[in-house]
Design a protein. Sequence first.
Length: 395
Amino acid sequence: MCSCDDDAAVTPNTDTQLKPPPIPAETLYGFPVDSFNVVKSKVKPNQFFSDILYPKHIPYSVIDALVAKAKPTWDIRSMRAGKPYTVFMSKDSIPKAEIFVYERNKVDYVVFDMRDSAAVSFKKKPSCITTKSAFGIINSSLYVTLTSQGLDPVLANELAEIYAWTIDFYRIQKGDKFKVIYDELEVEGEAVGVEHIRSAVFEHYGKEHYAIYFEQDGQGDYYDQETRGLKRAFLKAPVKYSRISSKFTMKRFHPVQKRWKAHLGTDYAAPKGTPIMSTANGVVIAARYTSANGNFVKVKHNGTYTTQYLHMTKIKKGIRKGTKVSQGDVIGFVGSTGLATGPHVCYRFWKNGRQVDALKQKLPQSEPIVKKNRAAFNKVKKKVEEKMAKITYSD
């Protein structure tokens, strides 16, 4: 600690004042760039880990040691063509790879350090969460509306999952609207993905459907303005982003058999291989092939409800009679086996032992917010409504 006399003459240290501050060394993944020759590239088709490192003077014994050290956390065989990697080469007369960095995705990367001994570490790029909002008026589909605005198409999937029990996304119409407030992950100033939807409102056939995220008793979920949970006992449909090609009817001209007969199911046309989900929790009571139904799975949900999924290209491995499934679990994949002219899933629905039209059923709702938490929910709801009111639709 020092002091000076106000009346004393002070001679400035010109050398210190004029000396520029040191320029920080440029780093990449935390390593000083000027200490290496840096080579950036992307994994080529059919290129293996050893194909990259061995020509850079890394012996197979070291490569095997690196693979072994990575394996408990990550299998090196998961490297994919097109993924970026960086090699930090020594500045010797014969350059040798000293550090290899593989980007698993836009956030996570693996560091293989070969300088002293084979070492592997898993790291993340610095990131931050930014809260954003979006809105749209649908002209064709939710996906197209979002991507045409340059928004992350993952939002479409997230919204479809949130509203899977309340809105049939195969029947949305032109003019439907939505507003959404969500958290987006940013890495190095670039948006890399949707982290979480905080709230949304979807206007379908003129009616607003709110989705308000709220946590109670350590569990978070989405609720409407009347404190009811959005989840239902059954999903609206067994596949995502398809179209209804044929509805439940007592008289339909069968495209294969060429005769009029009842069609006791709802057909969802979708590309071959599209995952088919169980629409509710239950136990598989049949998973096999017949000449008419093709590959199919039948699920008993309780004493009242049973569902069946026909014409699969294949049944998912592990799905067999007696298997317990949860709502949203993939049980098979869209195909055209059996009496089918094109890829689709025929979704059949039983209530009290009688086949009924799944689209016309008033299905049970989930439990609402418990009474002790309603005051806290109402505060959250009020803030959400105020924020949504500030988001206005425009062309």
